[in-house]
Ligand binder design. Structure first.
Ligand code: PGA
Length: 230
């Protein structure tokens, strides 16, 4: 069975204390179970909690990869307030680029996003490139694509899994078969409908990933799907 990805995007949420509480809640549960190899968990967190979470994940030896949600298009240097890809070396494995909230609220253009993807690749970061349609330009180097229709993000109205599957299929065909994930109002209840589609390799989860209980339920759903197919 192909790997299945659960990519949590915390967006602009959680103080350090809140992030530690979340982690403690999942740590005790996850330490007790062995995840099937196909289940891949990526936690995309704010920069402010990334270092401390990385330390915690390492110490507890949990099968979680760490990601961040943005990176500068510029190299290290005199760019006040920016976090360059180089600065993320040894900290994050993944970076989200092109999320629709960054395109909408921060006016990030395809050109700037391509520069970010190039900078990320040069520093060895794996890009999760976000698009809201199969027609959106995608650079050559992402590790995976996250398809998120704007109407589904944060609205409670996830796209129909069959429709999402057909867009993911087009994205797969256009992009050398790199994994394509679906995101937009995925919850512990709707996750399975997406993961059982043939062209969808996983899900991106925002709101529902903030709650450790829901997050663990999603990990369980993924694990049982993989175990059933072994
Ligand atoms: P949502 O966000 O799950 O809260 O809809 C998904 C995302 O934007 O990554």
């Amino acid at each position: 069975m192909k790997p299945l990805y659960l990519m949590a995007n915390w967006k602009s949420n959680k103080t350090i204390d809140e992030a530690m509480t979340w982690f403690s809640a999942i740590e005790s549960h996850m330490a007790k179970r062995t995840l099937p190899d196909q289940v891949k968990i990526i936690l995309c967190v704010p920069f402010t909690v990334s270092a401390i979470l990385q330390e915690k994940i390492k110490k507890s030896n949990l099968p979680i990869s760490l990601g961040v949600q943005n990176v500068s298009a510029f190299p290290s240097g005199a760019y006040t307030g920016e976090i360059s890809a180089e600065m993320l070396k040894g900290l994050a494995e993944f970076v989200l680029i092109g999320h629709s909230e960054r395109r909408r609220y921060f006016h990030e253009t395809d050109e700037e996003l391509f520069q970010k993807a190039k900078a990320a690749a040069a520093s060895g970061l794996k890009t999760i490139y976000c698009v809201d349609a199969a027609s959106v330009p995608i650079p050559d180097m992402p590790a995976m694509i996250l398809y998120e229709p704007q109407s589904a993000i944060g609205s409670g109205n996830a796209e129909d899994p069959v429709v999402a599957n057909s867009v993911c299929k087009q994205l797969l065909e256009k992009n050398q078969s790199i994994p394509v994930l679906y995101g937009g109002s995925v919850t512990e209840k709707t996750l399975k409908g997406f993961l059982t589609q043939p062209e969808i390799s996983g899900v991106g989860v925002g709101g529902a990933s903030l709650d450790p209980e829901k997050f663990l339920q999603m990990v369980d759903v993924m694990s049982s799907l993989c175990t059933d197919h072994q």
